[in-house]
Write a protein that binds this ligand. Structure first.
Ligand SMILES: O=c1[nH]c(=O)c2[nH]c(=O)[nH]c2[nH]1
Length: 308
């Protein structure tokens, strides 16, 4: 919200962060479904008097926002995706309160996965997985929406089919060129959907959950290549671009994608010994894994300039 006060531009928003909620859905066949969400709410609203005149009469209390998360989770009698829950909350805040013009809802889902016991899916047992599914819904009172999904902490590694050559060499360059190295990263990606209003968002579960799994699958297939021969990576930059390109070409309802891929280095181990035979001579086999310092490669790819 931008306002003018005494000739100055004033912008404000308020919300509740890190509202954690767990929800079980019990099916008649005995299967339980479970999600754990960490919800962040930010409201753009007309409440200037609270800042400048000690008048809180337009303030939606952040405590009320927190309670709303639990109330809405209770109301959702059918299992729904994290994207749908974000949209439900956004709709609620922008329709119930006249002063709220925009709701920004960010949710991170904790990766609880159903376990298998004796080769059989367990009805009510879950274990924690690794990467996290994220969603952001920006909902306006007009019904305009921007919906973004993402993945955080998708750690991947390949032991060959990666090199790095032809980069700038100057008096500070020590890195040798190579056609053979390990490639390890922890992918964070977020992709915006093309849907621009509440009325054209597909709200039939599990649409966005399936989309999340499919986008992740395409990114991983592009990173690794076919199971036997793999695919050569000339740099993290090149692999990142190919992953982004693959997502946009496979999913027409994705408008843009942003990727962050740290280059988590595996340093060759060489232990010379000047008096006797070398202790360890590197032969693409023994490494020191490091996560700091690490390279940071990030980029976004969009179907049109106007959407950026
Ligand atoms: O794939 C890479 N991209 C870089 O920009 C870079 N820089 C570096 O030192 N190693 C690498 N590897």
């Amino acid at each position: 919200m931008a306002d003018e006060i005494e000739g100055l531009k004033f912008e404000q928003k308020h919300g509740k962060s890190r509202v954690r909620v767990g929800r079980i859905w019990r099916k008649e066949d005995g299967n339980h479904f479970f999600v754990e969400w960490n919800v962040n709410i930010s409201l753009l609203s007309h409440c200037l008097p609270a800042y400048v005149r000690d008048d809180n009469s337009d303030i939606v209390a952040t405590d009320t926002m927190k309670n709303t998360v639990y109330a809405k989770a209770k109301e959702c009698s059918e299992i729904l995706s994290v994207e749908e829950f974000a949209i439900e909350l956004g709709k609620h805040f922008t329709t119930l309160y006249p002063q709220v013009t925009t709701a920004i809802i960010n949710i991170v889902e904790k990766p609880w996965e159903r376990v298998s016991v004796d080769g059989q899916l367990h009805q009510h047992g879950f274990k924690l997985g690794s990467e996290k599914h994220t969603a952001e819904a920006i909902v306006k009172k007009s019904g305009a929406v921007r919906l973004t999904s993402g993945v955080e902490g998708l750690a991947v590694l390949k032991t060959t089919q990666s090199g790095f050559e032809g980069f700038v060499r100057d008096k500070y360059t020590a890195l040798p060129e190579t056609k053979e190295r390990m490639l390890a990263t922890e992918v964070s990606a977020s992709w915006k959907y093309v849907f621009e209003s509440l009325s054209n968002i597909p709200m039939k579960s599990p649409y966005f959950t399936e989309k999340y799994l499919d986008v992740k699958k395409v990114m991983l297939e592009t990173f690794f290549g076919p199971p036997k021969e793999g695919v050569y990576s000339a740099s993290v930059q090149s692999t990142l671009y190919q992953m982004a390109r693959a997502v946009l070409s496979r999913f027409p309802d994705v408008a843009s994608i942003q990727l962050r891929m740290p280059n988590l280095h595996f340093l060759p181990v060489n232990l010379p010994n000047k008096d006797s035979p070398t202790i360890v001579k590197f032969n693409d086999d023994v490494f020191t894994p490091t996560d700091e310092p690490h390279g940071t490669i990030e980029a976004s790819l969009s179907r049109s300039w106007s959407r950026m």
